[in-house]
Design a protein around this ligand. Sequence first.
Ligand code: GDP
Ligand code: MG
Length: 438
Amino acid sequence: GLSEKLNAAFKKLRGKGRLTEADVREGMREVRLALLEADVSYKVVKDFVAQVTDRCVGADVLDSLTPGQQIVKIVNEELTALMGGSNARLTFASKGPTIVMMVGLQGAGKTTNGAKLAGLMRRQFGKRPLLVACDVYRPAAINQLQVVGKQLDIPVFEMGQADPVHIAEEAVKYARDHGNDMVFLDTAGRLHIDEALMDELKAIKAAVKPTEILLVVDAMTGQDAVNAASAFDEALGIDGVLLTKLDGDARGGAALSIRAATGKPIKFVGTGEKLDMIELFHPERMASRILGMGDMLTFIEKAEQQYDEKQAKKLEEKLRKNRLTLTDYLDQMEQLQNMGDLSQIAGMLPGNLGKQLDASQIDEKQMAHTKAIILSMTPLERENPQILNASRKRRIAAGCGLQVVDVNRLLKSFEMLQQLTKSMSKGRFRGIPGMGGM
Ligand code: GDP
Ligand code: MG
């Protein structure tokens, strides 16, 4: 998939201590291929890669301590920007019910996701939605809406096979009279965009003046989804996109191209068949998801803000000489602590990295113990942990009110950290345990 391909490209970049412009260009060639394979449109890929390359070949990136990481960060920022930056929300009407018109091709997921969205609005904002059956051409469509409405306990307005424009108007009146502050119009779709469909949608739009026209597109259809988005936007004007079936093995291309192709934001994503499987779309989270790195970038940013460059260099030097001491360990602990809630930070690390940071180091209480133990050592002991014999350990334990087993546990973690750093001291080291090999 896209994540694997991108990660393979970044791994190469991170594997090198220093990067040249040629390295970056080679890496970007792989990024470009990965995006094209993921069905991101050609123009979007071209512009994206040009923009990223431009930022990456600058001296501030290439000469930085961690060029590989900087590049990943830049790619993440540009992916986020490509998808619209911050997350876009649904607009609510200032007067009268908010009318959301769900439009899209047949099978995109209008009926199910309209209902899901109604449920979400009720959960999140205490709204009282009404679902409206405006897809009158297939008898099963009305029934399907009634079934999902029943499952969610949301009322459904239907008038059989009457004129959809008339149904929409009557539904809005009904909503006003019955205290429904949101109306979801489930409109008809076709297999292909045609004039009859667009005319009908335009007539509904003109009649009820929807607050939001949400285009529902199937992420699995890749470039077709993007073409549909452009066509609907040109003919009808859309306010946002609901991208469905993101749980399938969608290649990710649609999410990346839609904003660039239409200028309209993705507002929600459908992530499964069940009626609660809908989420607000967060560009930065989607970017991280595509990069397969959890909220890793948030973590890098935090670390960078907190981590003093000079100190990092000193530590790097020590690691080169393989002389990591308990004093450094204590410094590292404090750096980590300064970054805020540790369990939260551990959660931001992707799987195996999170595990590398031994649970005992993450636990704040354990960390207080660790600090207490190190502070009970003499400077000589901190610099030369190998001299810690049984009697010294007993003295230290007594000094901090803990047990010898606690001292031993700390020494064991420290030893593990040394092993870890030894194995990565070939590359450049950023300072936080477990992050050097990123
Ligand atoms: P419509 O023709 O646009 O109204 O599409 P439907 O709402 O009837 O959905 C078509 C099919 O897609 C149904 O089988 C849905 O259960 C399925 N579907 C909709 N959204 C999602 C989603 O987010 N994930 C998955 N896996 N299936 C979905
Ligand atoms: Mg439908």
